[in-house]
Ligand binder design. Sequence first.
Ligand SMILES: [Mg+2]
Ligand SMILES: [Zn+2]
Length: 269
Amino acid sequence: MPPKQLVVFDFDWSMADQDSDRWLFEVLAPDIRRKMRDRSREPGNAVQWTDLVAECLRELAHEGRGVTKNDIEGALRQMPFHPAMKRGIEMLKDTSTPIETTLFILSNANKFFIETILDHEGIRDCFDEIVTNPADFDDPIFPNLLVLHKRVGPDEQPHGCTVGCEPNMCKGKELVEYLDRQRQKGVQFDRVIYVGDGSNDFCAVLRMSSHDIVFCRRFRGLERKIADEVSKGDQESRLKCNVEYWVGAWEVEEKFRKYAKLESFVTHP
Ligand SMILES: [Mg+2]
Ligand SMILES: [Zn+2]
């Protein structure tokens, strides 16, 4: 039996080379983009991010603007997505590789943005599952309104995370639950790789074991969180997995090629 590994992707600034929530408004409505920034930086009780994006999407759909579903899809298809990332993903799913790799997306963006971009890149079938905020053009009155919901809504049981995740999604809990779902199907992974950049990826990274590796993008929130954790020293640090850093997607592709080889299970702790 070939070894099995799971590669978990954050989406914005990890798999994709942009932040989809911000990009959409930069392309279609810079005035809303400005409002988004101002609102998110308001001191005190700043609005929850997914609520803010949902509100901005409603504003975008206002009839006076004339922005259509088509325009939204067009803007998403233009979003930077590095060819090296696409190559790396396709290579991992190549059945001739000696390791069986499952790909999983864990993102605080939304289903419509992610699926539109994956369809455009022609790689949607590479992924086993996408866990993110639900979103669809399903408003009966406003056909051009993308209705965005939260993964964990206000009426649902709170996720109870103590690491600091946003109320709508705890990536640590989501990763553990995904691994449980796999285990119920009889799938156990020999290694987990996590590609991430943001501070909201940190909780998932803390759930990973000493066999696992996080590919952490430099100069963003996750790098700072990891540095703070490591600075607590070996006794106090909750971080158990290995850390490898990257800046450009071509380096992720390089790492994928390394970890698609059988030797990577022998040479890596
Ligand atoms: Mg991100
Ligand atoms: Zn959490």
